[in-house]
Ligand binder design. Structure first.
Ligand code: SF4
Length: 285
């Protein structure tokens, strides 16, 4: 469903400026921002994925991955389409990089579904990037918390969001898994189409407000040097050595054909990260 977006301003020369995420797109009339879901229509910024769900499942919380937030429970997980990154190795590119087939679900129906499910601890916004699904994520999270404060709200994100929208959302979020894809600005720019610094800022801000776990996909030949793993672990330990880090094994997907990450290297990366952090896990091995 299309509706007016939040976090934008009209500019003088018939353009609009979106400041939901650090791309800060300035958008001409009739065109979309980099995320492909926010468009300029005659002086108004609209979002086209409000309430549009492409994927839904009752998942184990460990699948998010969150290992230290309500372990051994299940959470109703939903996603839409679109992303503000263009990762060449995206696991969910069919929904993140195009306008995928979806079904509209109002925020009221979503909350009713969450509350009617047995053995469900709440809702997780995941699969595509929740930051650029902002209005629906915000409305639904707020409604769920107002209706049933004991239900959990989880956000699985690339962390590419500006401070103002993040701060507005955080009071309704219990836990986040944030991707820290690399500690290298060139990697972020060339492989993901983004910047490292705003992601680091999001991690710092989120860790002050809710439970946070971090995922780093170690892509063979790209970000799998132990020195880089060490930089990531050091950065996180400066916030708190209790932040869990998930080091995930890469497999070829979408545009990237590098071989799967070496398992011995993964084990060495785990050892390196454990010098700084108390909770390090390997995934996808
Ligand atoms: S949310 Fe989309 S339109 Fe807005 S700044 Fe980010 S990429 Fe651009």
């Amino acid at each position: 469903m299309k509706r007016e977006a939040m976090f934008y301003e009209k500019l003088k020369d018939n353009k609009v400026h979106c400041f939901l995420c650090p791309h800060n797109c300035v958008i001409e009339n009739g065109t979309f921002g980099k995320c492909g879901v926010r468009a300029h229509e005659n002086g108004q910024l609209v979002t086209i994925n409000y309430g549009e769900i492409t994927s839904a499942a009752l998942d184990p919380i460990e699948k998010k991955p969150l290992y230290y937030f309500k372990p051994h429970t299940q959470i109703f997980s939903v996603g839409s389409f679109g992303c503000n990154f263009t990762c060449g190795f995206c696991q969910n590119y069919t929904i993140s990089q195009s306008v995928a087939k979806s079904q509209f679900v109002s925020k009221e129906d979503l909350v009713d579904t969450v509350l009617s499910m047995k053995d469900n601890i709440g809702i997780a916004f995941t699969y595509n990037e929740p930051s650029i699904w902002y209005e629906y994520v915000y409305d639904s999270a707020k409604l769920l918390k107002e209706t049933s404060p004991d239900k959990a709200v989880v956000v699985v994100t690339n962390g590419y969001i500006q401070e103002e929208p993040l701060k507005k959302l955080l009071p309704y979020v219990d836990a986040m898994n944030i991707d820290l894809k690399s500690f290298n600005t060139i990697y972020y720019k060339d492989l993901c189409g983004g910047n490292l610094i705003p992601v680091l800022e999001t991690i710092e801000r989120a860790a002050r407000a809710c439970h946070v776990e971090i995922t780093t996909l170690l892509v063979s030949g790209e970000n799998d040097k132990l020195t880089e793993v060490e930089e990531i672990a050091k950065f996180l330990s400066n916030i708190s050595p209790e932040i869990p880090l998930h080091l995930s094994r890469y497999f070829p997907r979408y545009k990237l054909e590098n071989p799967p990450t070496d398992v011995e290297l993964m084990k060495n990366a785990e050892k390196t990260a454990k010098k700084y952090l108390n909770k390090v896990s390997l995934g996808n091995i």
